[in-house]
Every structure is written in C-alpha cells, then in structure tokens.
Unconditional design. Structure first.
Ligand code: IMP
Ligand code: MG
Length: 336
C-alpha cells in the first residue's frame, strides 16, 4: 500500500485525469487528493459516452469508492466548485481543506483585465494569478471563511496522512505541467505556482518521506496553451495534416502541438523525482495502436518510441494510453 503522486511532465493536458482514473480503478485508493494551482486546470474525463470537464473536483471522481479532497495549497473558486458538485456524483465524499485560498470575482476581473496576464502570458482568466498574489500578501480569504463551503470543510492534510499511516493506498493528483511551473518552467510564461511533485505533496500536507511513487505523465506529442517558448513546436498546418487538433478544457483555445522532447522529459523527470512514466497518445505515433490493451499488440514503431522514452527519461514506462476511453490502456506495472 502506498502514496503515489501523478504529475504532468510537459506543459499540462498530458492526460493525467485518465491515468488517475485508471490507477484508481486498479489500486482502490481510499483517498484521492488534489494539489496544483486551482480552477485554471481542466480535466476532461470520459465516462461511458458522457464527457465531463472538471476544474475543481479531482479527476479521480470517476472511481466511486474514494473520498475526494482538495488540499490546502489549492485555490478554490466556490462558484466553480459548487456547480461541479451539483453535476458529478460526489456528494458526501468530497472535502476541501479550510486553509485553501479563495478566488473572488474580483480576482477573475483582474486576471482578464490585465494586459500582462491576459495577453502577454495568455493566462486562463480564472483568477488564479491574482488570488495567489493576494494569498502571498496575506489578504485573501480562506475556504473556512465562506458559509456556503462549510459542509465540505475538513483538515485534508490530517485525513490524507491518516490514510497513509493506516497503510491505505492514496493518490495525490497534480495539475498543470512541469513546463509551466513558476520555479522550473519557461518564466515568465508560467502559472502562479510550482507544479512539480514536491509541490503537489506540499499542497496536501504530505512530507517527502511518505511518497512511494511519482508517476510522470508525458504526451507522445506534447501540447501547450497560452504564450511562451515551445522548442519542439510544429506549425498548426503540420499538426492538422497529422490529424492532431486539440482545444483547451477551460478556455477552448486551440492547443499548440509539438514533437517528443527527450531533453525536457529527462529534466522534468529529474525535478519530479520520477519513478515511473505514463505515456499518452501512443496512437498518434502509430494509429494501428489505437485501443490496444496489451504490449504485444503494439507495432514495432510504437515499441521503438517507448524504448526511446525510457532511454531519454531513465525510468521505466509502465502505463501506455492508447485512446480516450478508460479501457484503452496498457498497464505494465505488475509485470515489472
Ligand atoms: P494561469 O495559470 O491561468 O495564470 O495561466 C498561465 C499559463 O499557464 C497560461 O499559458 C495557461 O494557458 C497555462 N495553464 C494554466 N493552467 C493550465 C492547465 O491546467 N493546462 C495547461 N495550461 C495551463
Ligand atoms: Mg487540462
């Protein structure tokens, strides 16, 4: 039984949500707790035929047996949170730490109204930057100050640590991606907080000695939304010709597409303390791999790609996503 962190290795939108959902169904965590910035994150989760875009509820919600938490480091937008709680099946098992910083309407207005944030950086306009800045200035409200959040407030750090100490499996869900970390990303074209595994642990009040595994999720073809450097970016014409086109969950902006960046993957894995790699979008490397559920079904092209990832990163690829549905996945964790 263990505590596992799942983080994005490139610029976000690597498909962490699906990896979390898969691992949850396999490993039966009692608690899935979210770290990361706040509602600037968007996880698209496909459950059967229905698609959900969650921004506050942990993407592990599709696994019905886990309690879901939002760690104290995360910003909460009460409007977004309450809307999602009404939409998805989480009542009675979702909790917010009372210390979470609160996003006010005014933060959203400041985010959208700032030339620097909205235009130069290309922020999501969700108020996260201004809210984190108010938190650092110690003028932000906390979740425990809002009566409408009272039914959800607990000490998340206490709950998560208790589960770990009881030997129960726990998942800590990261958001965003390494390349937009405030500390390690392409500053100033970054989000308003670190996004690495250590931050996700800190966001939940879990000390480094209690983390057993860090799964870094990489997209075969990385993407980036918003402004900033992207060394392996290709033209949109080229990505469209390859049949790749994506839009952001939060802002619906078209995502910029690039090719595999081994150098970035290696650096990202180092800072994240990666122990295992998950690869998403292998069907874009070779469309014949779409929907594969075992390693043997992969083509030589796909196997060569995975081997290259392992050489670049220096850690084993243990999970390979082969399509959008939960069942379209290869899990090599038990065999290794
Ligand atoms: P902010 O986090 O809204 O301030 O946006 C700052 C930068 O981070 C912009 O380039 C956003 O597009 C990017 N960003 C923030 N959150 C995410 C995410 O969850 N996925 C991908 N990009 C993100
Ligand atoms: Mg996303």
């Amino acid at each position: 039984m263990s505590c596992t962190i799942i983080v994005g290795g490139f610029f976000g939108d690597e498909g962490k949500g699906k990896i979390v959902a898969h691992i949850a169904h396999q490993d039966h965590p009692t608690v899935i707790s979210r770290g990361g910035v706040g509602p600037n994150a968007g996880h698209t989760v496909l459950v059967g035929k229905k698609e959900y875009g969650v921004r506050m509820v942990p993407s592990g919600f599709v696994y019905p047996k886990a309690d879901l938490c939002i760690g104290p480091g995360v910003l909460v937008d009460p409007r977004v949170f309450l809307r999602e709680v009404a939409e998805v099946e989480v009542s009675g098992r979702i909790f917010i730490d009372g210390r979470c910083g609160v996003i006010e309407e005014e933060h959203i207005a400041r985010d959208k109204g700032s030339e620097h944030l909205a235009k130069t950086i290309g922020s999501t306009g969700s108020g996260c930057g201004p809210a984190n800045s108010d938190r650092v200035l110690r003028v932000a409200r906390q979740a425990k100050d809002l009566p409408e959040l009272a039914p959800y407030i607990i000490d998340v750090a206490e709950k998560v640590n208790q589960a770990i100490d009881n030997g129960e499996p726990v998942l800590l869900e990261g958001t965003q991606g390494f390349g937009i970390s405030l500390y390690y990303g392409t500053y100033p074209f970054v989000t308003s907080k670190d996004t690495s595994a250590s931050q996700i642990a800190a966001d939940n009040g879990v000390g480094p000695t209690k983390i057993d595994d860090v799964i870094v999720v990489f997209k075969a073809f990385p993407t980036r939304v918003g402004e900033g450097p992207f060394s392996t970016e290709m033209s949109l014409d080229k990505s469209h010709a390859l049949g790749i086109q994506e839009f952001g969950t939060v802002t619906h902006r078209e995502r910029r597409i690039g090719t595999w960046d081994g150098k970035m993957a290696r650096y990202s894995a180092m800072i994240n303390g990666c122990t295992q790699v998950a690869i998403t979008g292998i069907d874009r490397v070779d469309p014949t791999c779409f929907g594969a559920t075992s390693y043997d079904q992969l083509s030589q092209t796909a196997k060569d790609f995975i081997r290259q990832v392992e050489v670049d990163v220096g850690q084993p690829v243990t999970i390979i996503s082969t399509g959008p549905e939960l069942s379209q996945i290869i899990d090599l964790r038990k065999k290794r």
